[in-house]
Design a protein around this ligand. Sequence first.
Ligand code: ADP
Ligand code: MG
Ligand code: MG
Length: 875
Amino acid sequence: MTKYVYSFNEGNKDMRNLLGGKGANLAEMTSIGLPVPRGFIVTTEACNKYYEDNKQINPDVESQIFEKLVELEAITGKKMGDINNPLLVSVRSGSRASMPGMMDTVLNLGLTDEVAKGFAEASSNPRFIYDSYRRFIQMFADVVKGYPKASFERLIDQFKEEKGVELDIELTAEDMYQITMKFKNLYLEIAGEPFPQDPKVQLIEAVTAVFGSWNNDRAIFYRRMNDIPSSWGTAVNIQEMVYGNLGNTSGTGVAFTRNPATGENKLYGEYLINAQGEDVVAGIRTPQPISTLADVMPDVYNQFADIAKKLENHYKDMQDMEFTIENGKLFMLQTRNGKRTAQAALKIAVDLVNEGMISKEEALLKVEAKQLDQLLHPAFDGESLRNAKIITKGLAASPGAGTGKIYFTAEEATAAKKRGEQCLLVRLETSPEDIEGMNAANGILTLRGGMTSHAAVVARGMGRCCVSGCSDLIIDEEAKTLSTKDGLVFNEGDYMSLDGTTGNVYGEQIKTVEPEISGEFGTFMSWADEVRTLRVRTNADTPRDAIQARKFGAEGIGLCRTEHMFFEESRIFNFRKMIVADSVEAREKALADILPSQRDDFEKLFTAMEGDPVVIRYLDPPLHEFLPHTDDEIKTLANDLGLSFEALKTRVDSLKEFNPMMGHRGCRLAVTYPEIAKMQTRAVIEAAINVNKQGMKIEPEIMIPLVGELKELQFVKNVVVETADAVIKENGVNLKYHVGTMIEIPRAALLADKIALEAEFFSFGTNDLTQMTFGFSRDDAGKFLEHYYDKNIFEFDPFAKIDQNGVGQLIQMAAEKGRQARPDIHLGICGEHGGEASSVEFCHKIGLDYVSCSPFRVPLARLAAAQAKVKENLK
Ligand code: ADP
Ligand code: MG
Ligand code: MG
């Protein structure tokens, strides 16, 4: 029989696939002798079985749970349902990867009317009992049954208002009893049946609910954002309760072994006296900084600080811990590798190496490649910041600067982003339902909650700036206004700005600027560069982008899209003239006018790259993209060109295509109009000759796009070579240049061995290759792919991350065929995927020479390439 349930002392930290992260670490902490309330874990396999069996708990699973429950009763000396000494448990989810706030926890399970009554007498602390019971009813209703949490909260708020008290801790035992009764009635009203009075029924229902929550919308969205497969499932932890709400010598808190925002090596966290569970994170009361615990309960503080060090040494990483103090006794409830900002991640990784705790290679795995993005994000422009007025200050919860129009719900922020607006999300406090809106916003502002609040934790993970706990502001959700104490009022859609590094809030739009990188970043990236074998180039069309990318460590240009050079106001005229030309002579004349600026662009680009390789892709998009569309625009252009409106309109219409992305574009343009390729070749070669005269050593790499057939490539290549050789001869110099192609049409991948006969290099254009392999348009797919994610058909966007099974197979095959035909063929990719970590790892694995990505993703690609190599070395 499969073992579905493990006691904490039967597991360890390496069993996270089976026991989930939380369970594996609870087991590990138990085994290294830390004070952990005892319990057991229902495995992720049991969860998967639940889904296989059409959402039924397997009888084996159920009986194994009850066996372990008997063991737990024996160990604790308590009994479920016993009225004098009842065993109460928490039911906690825990998947392999930590999914903060995505799965819900039920506390104080096992309380019933009878148990509460007896226990209240036996413990002579009725306030605590009914505080626990009302919490349990609310959590059970919310998490297990999915009833609206707000209706329970409203009851408490009403009650407090009637009593004239502000805080939960001001409520008496009798108050708690009354609230419990009100909750029970409300439960009965909503459920149509009384609150369950059999602890075992409560337990199985709770376990089932945790399994169920694996597939709630929030969980699915979070998994998609973080590349977590739905097949992993969640484990369920069932653990003896310890009570932080017993009175003033009890409490609960969360802490990090190092500062998760800056990386500073100092215990960092918050706690609340006489509180339970999520109180700290939910921002119900404002928690105390952990350092003050040293005064309040010095022994507990010292013990906790020791445990923190021990855990950090044990896991060799910064830990995020949850603890509870019951009557002056410390219990550890969770530990995990802490989420951190990119800044903190770098500092911690470098510090841990310097402290001798880990190797450089291990350090490289401690920073998530995609997190580096955060370091490269905008900060406020100093000048416009100087004139800006701070209207209030909150906690600096997640660094960076954000500016935009304010919205008060996640939906509105998401909609604003879709309209193309820059927006900020303003909430009393955020909850997991807000995650999509948080992602859409440039920054998040909350009125309640500390540094470990949901908003703070999630924002840091996303790299969004966040200011939390801005308690001086007043929000009116009905009227959609935000006001300050001095009477400033901001309406939905008004501009504000947030500084997540200082906590400052501004009531206006402030210009943002790109950041400078230095310090630990340089050290860390140099370690990455020492290790990696995959080169990193950039996609850049302008000297400005090229210079930016070189600062970020790009080792060449993998893709210069020449068409982008023509969009400028001053140039588009000649370009349009070329497009609408109706004879070779007219086109050649227009091209001759374009040549000087194109040559000049290449000279500047070569100069900016200081001799590093540059791949120039010839004209690619359908021509009509450059043409005017409305009659007014056509009239103006006709006028400028000295053509009649009708003549131009006919020409524009003749260029229209039903399916332009599969139309007259790429090398097909050069087949029909070889003179375009001639002009581009002349520009490239003359530019190279000119800069080489200044002492540079450029060997331009000319790339023919959208090839699907050897003869097609041969034709265009002949044009290139004839022109290039003629230009070189004219100038009486020596110049090496290379001609290669993009592999972006599946047919080219299939015939790669043929194509390699003419191509000195391949660059996989994974955007088009993905589009053509799947057969869906990259411009439209977003609309229906949403349904594919919702229905679990796709788990990720194949335009963001290489589809290794399908598209990846084509790439790998083409790479192999290419190398067979031409052993020294140079291979790279230049799609968006070149800047996505798992795709970079894939490119490393199949032995490509380089990836090329947009400038801001170059550091990410460098790190991802290094991580791929480290992982390979570990095997
Ligand atoms: P999350 O994954 O959302 O952090 P947890 O399962 O860690 O949820 O539970 C949330 C909080 O509930 C914990 O931080 C802890 O304060 C409290 N809690 C969970 N289990 C127990 C327990 N056995 N005794 C006391 N408090 C508990
Ligand atoms: Mg937790
Ligand atoms: Mg393409």
